[in-house]
Structures are given as C-alpha cells and as structure tokens.
Ligand binder design. Structure first.
Ligand code: GLN
Length: 471
C-alpha cells in the first residue's frame, strides 16, 4: 500500500478509521525514503527497526480501542542536531560522526509522549551553520523541486524530507533563518517560534541566544499541531517559558499588516517581489489594512548577527576538544596537539572560520569594539520592531530575496552566503516568531511569504496564515 503525501490530520483519520495500520503507514514512508534518499540525501540515518517498533505500539493502542493522540503513529523526521536517545547525533560534522545521543531532547520526549514515530535523522549544514545545506560534512541535500538546486539551510534535510513526502512532518532549528529559509525554497510551511517558546534542551547549541526548534510541515494545520505538541516551559531550559497570547475571534477587518520598506529593496528578485506583493494584496482584498512601515536599523542586522553568532559559537564549540566528545586525532603527540589536530580535522571550514572570528571578536581589547557594540545594535534592532508593533499586528516580507539557487553557486563565497539571512536574521536577533508560507512559484521554484508576529503570538500568525489558505 502506498501512503504518501499525507498531512497529520489525514494520517490520523486513516489510522482511526483503520484504513491502514500504523506499521503500514510507517513502512510506506520507509519505502519512500529508500526510493528517494540516494538522490535527495535528506536523511543522514534511518531508524528502521525502532520506527517499526514504535508503529507497532500505536497499532496496539488502536486495537485496544484506546484514545489516540493526534501525533500517534505519524512518521516524522528530526534534524540531526536534536538528540534522540540511542541514535547517532552528528550535527553533520565529522567530529561527531559516531556520537550516540545519551539522552532525549525535550521536544523528542514530547513527541514520543504523543507516540509519534521517528523515521530518522536529517541532514543539515554542519552545526546548523549555513544557508544552503551545502556545509554538511557528508554532502549536500538536493532540492526536491529541482535537484540541481540547494534546499536552503540549515534545516535542509528536514525541509526536503517533508517536501519529497519522505516524512509527514519534521523538526528543524532556526538561528537566523534555518527553518524559514529551506521551507521557502522547498515550498512548505516552517515556523520559527518566539525565543523561549520551545525548550532547547537536547539541541546541539550553535548560538544559544538565537537558537529555536520549530516544525516544518505540509500545511498550517500540521504546523499548529506540531507546535502545540512541542511548546512550553521546561525545567531543563531556563530560557523556556509558558506564554501564549490567544488570538481567538480575530477579525480580518481589524487586522493591520505592516510592510517594512527595507525589505523591498534593490537585489530582491522582481518576480519574488511581485508574488509577495500579490500575497499581501490578497489580505487587503479580505479587508485587512496594509501600512508601509520602517525598520531603520535593518541594514545593520547582518553585521550584528555575524558578530554575536560567532562569539557564541566560539564559546559553545569549545567543548569539542577531542577529549570529551567524538573524534580524536590519534597521531597527535601532546595534549595541545590533540586539541589542535582533533578540532582541525574534525571541524569543517565554515565552522572553523566562525570559531576564529568569534574568538577574535571576544578577545581582550576587541570585546568592546565588536561584541559589546553588536549587543547595543541588537537592542536597536529589537526596538525597531517594538515601535512598529505599536501600530500593526503583523509584518509581511519575503523570506528570501531570491529562489533556490544552484548547488555550488555561492559556496566559495561566504559573504554572499551570509547575505541570504538578510530578511530572516533581524527577526531572530529580536527573538520574534515568524512563519514561512508558500505563496507562489517561479517556474518550479517556490517563494515563501514571511509573516512576523509579536512575541508569543504564534497563534495569531497561524490564524492569519490560514486565511491565505491551508494548503
Ligand atoms: N544562515 C545563517 C547562518 O549561516 C542561519 C543559520 C541558522 O539559522 N542555523 O548562520
């Protein structure tokens, strides 16, 4: 039986009505992975035996006639920087090539509590550093819409797995665009929650003041279901909170949408701009009020992000020393050589570049000029958003100025790659929630609309997204 392209609700209904068993559903997705993974390379590891075991447990629940949680038996994929106890967790890095997760990330605990079935771990830019998916130490993921193109990164495998029907939904992580960017390039829905809305416990840290876990799904209903399952305060992550702003009864006629002029600039592909403006017009036609607004510090966001993020990386990645974790270079002589050779050989170019930049920016004498200054500008960027949110309910922008680019096109030019974050980075610096919604295509290549909300107003973002149409 071929069961593919299902949404969470369709799969759930099918299980409830016994149109198929949980094992059949799981097997069908595993078969699809076998058929497609060689070409797309969405998965780094496949969890076949355990997935079938997890699916059998769900069949037992169904056969006993017990209540079935919405995610029970739903086959999903998990970015390989999120710990699933007992499975490899590589962060797509050679330094963690054989590392087995010793405990369960909180988001996984929550998914497993609902009895979701974990098919496997997905590819990413090494330690989530990248915008194209090409920084994986194990090879790039290819875009299911056009396999000569990138998926967008860093949650490349998670986006591709959902877009190519190799999983019903996936978890990714977003530091400055890594959920929204690949969602936009692959034509699916991706939500970056407010900083603190989802526990980061068990997520391999990149830049801790920015990282957030979130869902990548086929439609908005699924996004809501998965977000609902993973959100909330967790004793293991002191930055997590239980906060939600309810949005029931929102009337489109009262909705004020801000369109920041700094997001419609030279360099944005003309067709992308047209599709985004048309999507915004659709809201206008429904009765929403559209207002042009300004976020004057937008220009500084990339520079600010590329100071703060490497500083946090240089601290977070100090733990990979060839002693505590993963790969150790055996030829090294003394202790210093163990550090240097293990890190030198275990970590890829982009990771080392960022560690060097961060170490430099944090060093005595430079700290004030770089890190401290960047933190001050970060505050200004956040205040820009606070100010416009006094006037509007949400902001609408493109996720990316361009559609999926060719594999290899930008990989030799890190600065070009960094510019990809231009419309997603500022939102992360401000800690805000944002969704990528597929709203059109240029040829085969999808375009994502970004809807940015006030802190903890994910419910409103999702409701507004649904007004556009759920699919
Ligand atoms: N493209 C950005 C970077 O390279 C964002 C990555 C992310 O969100 N994890 O840092």
């Amino acid at each position: 039986m071929k069961l593919q392209g299902l949404t969470v609700s369709q799969a759930h209904q099918g299980l409830l009505k016994k149109e198929f068993s949980s094992v059949e559903l799981c097997q069908s997705y595993l078969d699809r992975i076998k058929e497609k993974n060689e070409e797309i390379f969405a998965f780094l590891s496949i969890n076949e035996e355990t997935a079938i075991k997890q699916a059998k447990e769900v069949d037992d629940i169904i056969n006993k006639g017990n209540d079935l949680p919405l995610l029970a038996g739903i086959p999903c994929a998990v970015k390989d920087n999120i710990m699933v106890e007992g499975l490899k967790c590589t962060a797509a890095s050679k330094i963690l090539e054989n590392y087995i997760a010793p405990y369960q990330a909180t988001v996984i605990k929550k998914l497993r509590k609902e009895k979701a079935v974990i098919l496997g771990k997905t590819n990413l830019d090494e330690f989530a550093m990248g915008a194209s998916g090409e920084n994986s130490a194990f090879g790039p993921t290819k875009n299911p819409c056009d396999s000569s193109r990138v998926t967008g990164g860093s949650s490349s495998g998670s986006a591709a797995a959902v877009a190519a029907d190799m999983a019903v939904f996936a978890l990714g992580s977003d530091t400055a665009g890594s959920i929204r960017y690949p969602a936009s390039f692959c034509g699916i829905v991706g939500l970056k929650p407010t900083y603190g809305a989802v526990s980061r416990f068990g997520l391999i840290a990149m830049a801790s003041s920015l990282d957030q876990i979130g869902p990548l799904t086929k439609n908005i209903d699924d996004c809501q279901i998965v977000f609902e399952a993973i959100r909330g305060k967790d004793g293991m992550d002191s930055t997590s909170v239980d906060m939600r702003v309810k949005s029931q009864g929102m009337k489109i006629k009262d909705l004020k949408i801000g369109v920041p002029k700094e997001y419609f600039i030279k360099g944005v592909d003309k067709e992308v701009e047209r599709i985004i403006r048309e999507a915004i017009k659709r809201y206008e036609a429904m009765g929403a009020k559209i207002m042009e607004v300004s976020l004057p510090h937008t220009d500084y966001a990339i520079a600010t992000y590329y100071i703060i993020m490497p500083c946090e990386i240089s601290a977070n990645l100090a733990r990979y020393d060839g002693i505590k974790y993963g790969y150790q270079n055996k030829e090294a002589g003394d202790l210093m050589q163990v550090y240097l050779k293990s890190r030198g050989k275990g970590l890829g170019d982009e990771v080392r570049r960022r560690i060097i930049l961060g170490t430099y920016a944090l060093s005595s004498g430079y700290y004030d000029a770089y890190y401290l200054k960047a933190q001050k500008v970060r505050t200004l960027i956040r205040q820009d958003f606070e100010k416009v949110f006094e006037k509007v309910d949400v902001l609408m922008t493109p996720v990316s100025p361009i559609t999926a680019f060719k594999l290899g096109e930008k990989i030799e030019d890190p600065l070009q790659m960094y510019l990809c974050d231009i419309f997603t980075g500022p939102i992360s610096l401000a800690g805000l929630p944002a969704i990528s919604l597929p709203v059109g295509k240029i040829g085969e290549l999808p375009v994502g609309l970004q809807i940015i909300g006030k802190p903890f107003e994910e419910d409103k973002i999702l409701e507004i997204s649904k007004l556009y149409g759920n699919d």
